[in-house]
Design a protein. Structure first.
Lengths: 247, 337
């Protein structure tokens, strides 16, 4: 059984149909990709899967349980975490604090209004370990807004990782990165892939083909093709679409 | 590792110790600088109100422009409980805080899904509703006259009771409550709850995707803040021996915003303390020279918002940063000299 499944999702904004009969499934322990040109409906699809938008029709299942239309917090509490294409950080907080507030231990104690969070060395060590995992060791005291673009991208992933998810969604993680940043991110996601189930939205085919076990191609709000990177290279729909040929 | 990254928060930080010491010793030096004990009492009550309000504005980023309503509700609740239910100081003060918190909770339930200008407008609207009720419900609130002849009931601790008729005695009684609330607020803003509230202020959407119930945090912040305004309002009614509509007017709501912003509540826990001190002193000292003191204060407020939005506390922080970096860059030989 798939860890996460979306069945026949429909979503429209006014008269504009953005998703039409989209079905996707993501297996545990795999890195799945969602690919498509700009405006194909990838991010809307992500937003529906992670609770930002409720679908007009269709069903979303996680570990066999329906999570359709649930609030983002309820979905996050079930073990699904996500990053954002447009960076969404706690800008005035340090890198460490960004990760700290995302830790499940802190979330569980979220209504504790008396104990001193700065005295919780275990939580701080855990947050520092998450930062180290994404290559941000030594940047703990730096305010998020003062970090370089590449570091902010890494922090975006660190905040998602801090929640100790069973399923991690990454929305266009390469957006705005140069070749060096892409290489660093590729290494990072490759490492995360060993221990996590990951779904990546990406329009950079080279990046995604190098990492994904299986890819779904979305175009005009529909899934037009699915398969392994090798299978998709030969798919005539993919070849004909505006995606071009992968390297 | 983490202890090196983030210093622990002091339970009794230096500004708190200085503030408590300064307040506790006011009977010794206040008259010598030309001021009087009642003024210190009033300043402390406004400090309490402003600190509670800053939980909402400074820490949650929620602009309530009708918060004077909860200050007034506290004052009226204190008076009504004393006159019509049970003239007991503890009961009346606890009731003032509880009623303000409950009404704040009801209002917060309607507005906590909003932010920014819509949130601000709704708080004004609800504030005006409460003010209107206070003015028009004559049989209960006394209308425009308000509730008069409230008594300064003794503080009865069971084994000993203190008379609060003198301003000094009332000041020390109010200080006990003030110190407790300041200490609890300090703990609150440094607790997991407080840190999450500030995270929500910075990015509501991310906080929701990390798993937090954003609405509930905002609701709690408003309720706690209204409860503290209620305690301050109760103490104000006790000090003034009356409760009247002006206490909960838009003026009061505006004053507390000015106190927090001029003091620097957006950058420091202690900003509201500085702001309340500055405001009430300006009112008394400037007011002695001119009836138009509020005009001058308003101009100052505009200048602060335009050129020093971090307020007095921000100015102090900047001076300290410069001072420290100057010390660091001074060569050791020069330091020795």
């Amino acid at each position: 059984m798939a860890l996460f499944e979306a069945r026949n999702l429909h979503k429209r904004f006014g008269r504009q149909v953005v998703l039409e009969d989209v079905s996707l499934s993501f297996e545990a322990g795999r890195l799945s990709g969602i690919m498509g040109p700009n405006g194909a409906g990838k991010t809307t699809c992500f937003n529906v899967l992670t609770g930002r938008y409720a679908p007009d029709r269709g069903e979303v299942m996680f570990e066999g349980e329906a999570i359709t239309g649930m609030a983002p917090r309820a979905i996050a509490q079930r073990g699904i975490s996500r990053s954002f294409q447009v960076m969404n950080l706690f800008n005035d907080y340090t890198a460490l604090d960004n990760v700290l507030v995302a830790l499940p231990d802190i979330r569980r104690r979220g209504y504790d209004g008396w104990s001193d969070l700065s005295a919780d060395t275990a939580a701080h060590d855990k947050a520092a370990a998450v930062l180290a995992r994404v290559g941000l060791s030594g940047k703990e005291p730096a305010p998020a807004k003062s970090l370089s673009y590449g570091d902010r991208r890494a922090l975006e992933i660190a905040v998602a990782l801090a929640a100790e998810p069973r399923l991690l969604f990454l929305d266009e993680p390469t957006a705005g990165l140069g070749s060096e940043g892409m290489a660093r991110l590729s290494t990072l996601i490759g490492e995360l892939k060993r221990t996590l189930t990951i779904v990546v939205i990406e329009h950079d085919m080279k990046f995604l083909f190098g990492l994904a076990d299986r890819i779904s191609v979305i175009h005009w709000g529909q899934v037009i093709a699915e398969g392994t990177p090798a299978e998709l290279r030969e798919n005539r729909w993919v070849q004909r679409s505006t995606l071009g040929r992968p390297a | 590792m983490s202890t090196a990254v983030r210093p622990r928060t002091s339970r009794l930080p230096a500004p708190m110790r200085v503030l408590f010491a300064a307040l506790l010793t006011t009977p010794l030096w206040l008259t010598q600088v030309g001021l009087y004990q009642y003024l210190a009492l009033e300043i402390m009550i406004w400090m309490l109100f402003a600190l509670g309000y800053n939980l909402l504005l400074g820490y949650a980023g929620l602009p309530s422009f009708g918060h004077g309503a909860y200050f007034g509700i506290g004052a009226y609740a204190f008076g009504l409980l004393q006159l019509k239910v049970w003239p007991n100081l503890w009961f009346d003060l606890a009731g003032a805080a509880a009623i303000a918190a409950i009404l704040g909770a009801v209002v917060a339930a309607f507005i906590s899904h909003r932010r920014g200008i819509y949130y601000a407008l709704l708080t004004i609207a609800f504030g005006q509703v409460f003010w209107f009720v206070a003015v028009k419900w004559h049989s209960v609130t006394g209308g425009e006259d308000g509730l008069l002849n409230l008594r300064r009931l003794p503080a009865d601790f069971g084994f000993v009771a203190f008379d609060l008729k003198s301003n000094v005695a009332l000041f020390y009684f109010a200080f006990g409550i003030f110190a407790f609330v300041v200490f609890a607020l300090w703990r609150l803003v440094h607790s997991p709850w407080g840190r999450i509230l500030t995270a929500i202020k910075q990015n509501e959407m991310r906080a929701a995707f990390v798993g937090y119930n954003v609405w509930l945090y905002k609701w709690l912040a408003f309720t706690v803040s209204a409860g503290i305004a209620g305690i301050a309002g109760g103490l104000f009614a006790l000090a003034q021996q009356s409760a009247y509509p002006n206490v909960m007017s838009l003026h009061s709501s505006g004053f507390v915003v000015m106190m927090v912003l001029i003091g620097g509540g957006l950058v420091s826990f202690w900003g509201p303390v500085l702001g309340a001190l500055f405001f009430i002193l300006a009112r008394d000292l400037l007011g002695a020279y001119t009836e138009t003191w509020l005009l001058w204060y308003g101009l100052l407020f505009m200048a602060v918002v335009l050129w020093q939005p971090d307020g007095i506390a921000g100015l102090w922080q900047r001076w300290r940063r410069r001072h420290r970096s100057a010390l660091r860059s001074t060569p050791p030989v020069a330091k020795a000299v």
